[in-house]
Structures are given as structure tokens and as C-alpha cells.
Write a protein that binds this ligand. Structure first.
Ligand SMILES: *Cc1c(COP(=O)(O)O)cnc(C)c1O
Length: 377
């Protein structure tokens, strides 16, 4: 590639493997660990991350849309690939061509799938998504029995699993998840009876695996925890009694220019920051286009020479300014850490998310999906 970017996302394969093994241990040997690799593996690179998980034994992968599943399969990933957000009927042949498993939540998709199966003289399996508390995708509890009974009559398609999703499993000490799980178990029993007790059940996300191990069932679907973050942020890190997850992503850049300005000088668009004293400013080639949210203007920090430097003024599209007055000898070309560790300091995704009033999930997607990425050992 001609002309490398100043900005580099590094993904640690060792951290991904560590997290996969740790979560598999926590989920117990009875539960398969499905790797959620939607959103380009939360910014970590879908194909490379899936290959890394496959290397340590992963046989189940989850994505949002069918085109992601096609890419995964075409890249050589084996095992089960689940498509969680349904499909447009014009894409139905892709499930057969690429051996993908749809997760259904409406009758129309079932009928489309069945028609194609009959046409191709093939049988295809699917899972059903039920909604018992998330109020997002899924069949409502009252409709599950009838839905499955109707689907069972359609030729060429076979239900093999029931899925649900927890809205509050990141709340370690809340009783909500256990209650919702009981509802799910009841629903599952009804569904499983319709299918002559052949179904697998799965509902646990990262919060379920970490905080409600009784919900792990036959399969768990880990997302954020595979990438090294706790669904409840810093609290999760601080309350972890056992071996910790390891963040896999780091984000570095370089100093472009350094300058000293006197007191009373406005910095960046709108002059939302004015210097109090003589200030040494480093200009960095990172802006909101690179995922450094504009909401971090006058709030964020970065690491240079292992020390924290505050972002001054508004973050621009491709640039931002930081205060290096108290960091000796900063020069153009010096390494800057936006996310990760340098010497004895660390800036993690939860810290950045906190300043943005968001969660690590969004920070990882923003950084990872807007910069050059490299997977390293
Ligand atoms: C994203 C997603 C998950 C993973 O959630 P995490 O909180 O990242 O572990 C699990 N199940 C479904 C259906 C999802 O969409």
C-alpha cells in the first residue's frame, strides 16, 4: 500500500485468544461459545478475528446481516454462521449457497425460506428469536407456540434452536435477568415440546456469561468480552475477582507539529479554549473522521512519553491539539497513544466512553472501523 497512515490500530491476537479461553471456561464445558463478530468484530476486523477465534476452537459465529455471513464463509471460516437480523427475500438463496443459519422472527421469512428449500430440494435449519423482555427483535411470548407450530408445517425447513436476549445482564446485582431467564425457560419448554425436544437454547451475552452463569444453557453469545471489555465498564474490571479480560485493541498516532503560544490565545474552531499561560501545543493527525468523537473536545486525553496530555479546543475532522506544556521534549514524530498503554499509564475504552457519555462498544467500533488495522501476536 502506498503511503501508510499516521494512525494505527493494533489488535492483539494473544488477547483475543486469552479472552476466548477465559470465557469458554466461565461458560462451562456444556455451553458452546459463539463469537459475535458483527460490526466488523466490534471494530477489530471480522475475518481476522473470526480466524483467531477459530484457531482456539470456536465453531459458532454471529453477525447482523447476511452479507457479513457471506464474507465470513467466503474467507474460509467453517462451522455455524448465524444471521441475527433476518434477510430480504431477494437474498434467500445466499443461505443455501453459503451454508448460513437464519434466526427468524416472522412468518414471511419462514415461508420464503421454505419455498427456496423446496425449489432446491434441500433442507435448511434455522433458529427462532423470542422476545421476553428486551422489546427488540423477536416473537412475543404469547405467539411462540403458534409461530413454531405453523413453521413446522412448512416443508424443507427445520427449527433447531431458540434464542433470546438480555437487556440488563450487565447489572451484576439486579434480579431482572434471573426473572427474565425464568420466562425464557418456560417459553423454551413450550417451543421444545412442539419440536419434540430437539432444540438448543441460548440467551446469554457477555453480562450473562460473567454475572449469571446459570443462564449459559447450550450456547452463549459473547461480544464485548471477547474483545477484552466488561459490559458494565470499569465496575466490571474493578469487581472481577478472578482472571481479567484483556483489551485487544490499541490506537496510536504521531505528533505532527509542536508550537509554543502565549497566554490569551484561542485554539481550534470557535476558540472554545483560550490559553491561560504560555502553552506548548502538539498538533495530532486524528479527528472525528478517525473515530475520535467531537464530543471529546476539551475533554479527552492522550498519552505522550507515558504522560497524559489534554485535548485543547474542538476536535477537527482530521486534527486535534493537545497540551504538552508539562511533558518535556515532545517532538514531531513522537508516538502518541489514543487508546492503550504507554510506560506506566493506560487509557482504556471505558475511560474514553465515560467522557463521551457512551460505552466501550461504541469507542471500539469508532476507532477500529475508521483506521488502518493490523493484527499482531
Ligand atoms: C451483540 C449481541 C450479543 C453480544 O452482546 P455483548 O454484550 O457484546 O456480549 C449477543 N446476542 C445478540 C443477539 C447480539 O446482537
Amino acid at each position: 500500500m502506498a503511503g501508510a497512515s499516521y494512525n494505527q490500530i493494533l489488535i492483539s491476537r494473544a488477547a483475543l485468544c486469552h479472552n476466548y479461553r477465559l470465557l469458554q471456561k466461565r461458560a462451562g464445558h456444556k455451553a458452546r461459545l459463539l463469537a459475535m463478530v458483527k460490526a466488523d468484530a466490534y471494530g477489530h476486523g471480522m475475518i481476522e478475528s473470526a480466524k483467531t477465534f477459530a484457531d482456539v476452537g470456536c465453531k459458532d459465529f454471529g453477525v447482523a446481516e447476511i452479507k457479513e455471513g457471506v464474507q465470513l464463509r467466503a474467507s474460509g471460516i467453517q462451522g455455524n454462521i448465524f444471521i441475527f437480523l433476518g434477510f430480504d427475500s431477494s437474498d434467500v438463496t445466499l443461505f443455501f449457497d453459503y451454508d448460513l443459519i437464519p434466526v427468524l422472527y416472522d412468518m414471511k421469512s419462514g415461508e420464503t425460506l421454505s419455498r427456496e428449500a423446496v425449489k432446491q430440494n434441500k433442507e435448511i435449519t434455522f433458529h427462532v428469536k423470542v422476545d421476553c423482555g428486551m422489546t427488540r427483535l423477536g416473537i412475543l411470548p404469547d405467539e411462540v407456540e403458534q409461530f413454531l407450530t405453523q413453521l413446522k408445517e412448512l416443508p424443507g425447513i427445520v427449527c433447531t434452536g431458540i434464542a433470546s436476549h438480555f437487556p440488563r445482564a450487565d447489572e451484576q446485582n439486579s434480579s431482572h435477568t434471573s426473572k427474565q431467564f425464568l420466562r425464557f425457560e418456560k417459553l423454551f419448554a413450550t417451543a421444545d415440546k412442539v419440536q419434540n425436544h430437539s432444540l438448543i437454547k441460548h440467551t446469554a451475552n457477555s453480562g450473562g456469561i460473567l454475572y449469571f452463569p446459570q443462564t449459559c444453557c447450550d450456547m452463549v453469545r459473547a461480544g464485548i468480552s471477547l474483545y477484552g471489555y466488561y459490559p458494565n465498564g470499569i465496575t466490571g474490571v474493578e469487581t472481577e475477582a478472578g482472571e481479567k479480560l484483556q483489551p485487544a485493541m490499541s490506537f496510536t498516532t504521531r505528533v505532527l507539529q509542536v508550537k509554543t503560544v502565549p497566554a490569551g490565545i484561542g485554539v481550534s474552531y470557535g476558540h472554545t479554549f483560550t490559553t491561560d499561560d504560555e502553552t506548548r501545543i502538539a498538533v495530532l493527525p486524528v479527528g472525528y473522521e478517525d473515530g475520535l468523537s467531537r464530543s471529546l473536545s476539551n475533554k479527552g486525553e492522550v498519552l505522550i512519553h507515558g504522560k497524559r496530555a489534554a485535548i485543547l479546543g474542538r476536535i477537527c475532522m482530521n486534527l486535534c491539539m493537545v497540551d504538552v506544556s508539562r511533558i518535556k521534549g515532545v517532538q514531531p514524530g513522537d508516538k502518541v497513544v489514543i487508546l492503550g498503554s504507554q510506560i506506566n499509564e493506560t487509557i482504556c475504552g471505558d475511560e474514553i466512553a465515560g467522557r463521551m457519555d457512551s460505552i466501550s462498544y461504541e469507542v471500539l467500533c469508532l476507532f477500529g472501523n475508521n483506521n488502518e488495522r493490523k493484527h499482531i501476536e
